[in-house]
Design a protein around this ligand. Sequence first.
Ligand code: C5P
Length: 233
Amino acid sequence: ELLPVVIPAAGVGKRMQADRPKQYLSLGGKTLLEQTLAQIAKHPSIGEIILVISPEDEYFGSLKTLDASRVTRVDGGTERVNSVLCGLQALTNKGYQADQWVLVHDAARPCITTADIESLLAIREQAYAGGILAFPVRDTMKQARHNSGPSIDTTVPRELLWHALTPQMFRLGELTQAIEQGLADGHPITDEASAMEHMGHNVKLVNGSPTNIKVTTPSDLDLAAFYLTAMQA
Ligand code: C5P
């Protein structure tokens, strides 16, 4: 059975301070977006790819390596969560059923490995509403008193803290419903799991590789290039 993937790529990448959205910056001879797509598409269990792109996007048309038989472009929304919802609705419109497992993966995470996708897919056999790739926090965690000129309020116990990554995998119907409810409630939704948690669903933390970074700043781009080379060696 092939699983569909939604890839939100409708952000502007302000923190990159580049002349174009970060997904179109050059990484290893392709764009960042094309690298991410290539990594995702090569997993044998991945089927259709819904690529969520801003309606104002000027760069998408110049991409060269897209497989049009697998990739569908869908218009994105104002925040990541809105873009993901657009992608999920596209899958429903294409006839996917509510119990269909679906992956959501950030366009900005090109260093996703086949092994990590495999670990995530394996939880379909277990009693969870879905799961996310993640890894345990290693540094000592401090909570600031306030945002500006921060001084420390307290040290947060790190034993229970994980970094949330993507892909995240849930059933199409439950995830769509959770996001719609979260938006209606004004609940902050920064990843798919946060919407599912809000609904009380049990979400599995799947140990993934810390090298699956989200490219956010210029130095992340260099790091991603390094990891990609290492992955292909
Ligand atoms: O900005 P950030 O790196 O957190 O965005 C994560 C992912 O969500 C990126 O791949 C970005 O393109 C996407 N996004 C989106 N629609 C938005 C904002 C972000 O698809 N409105």
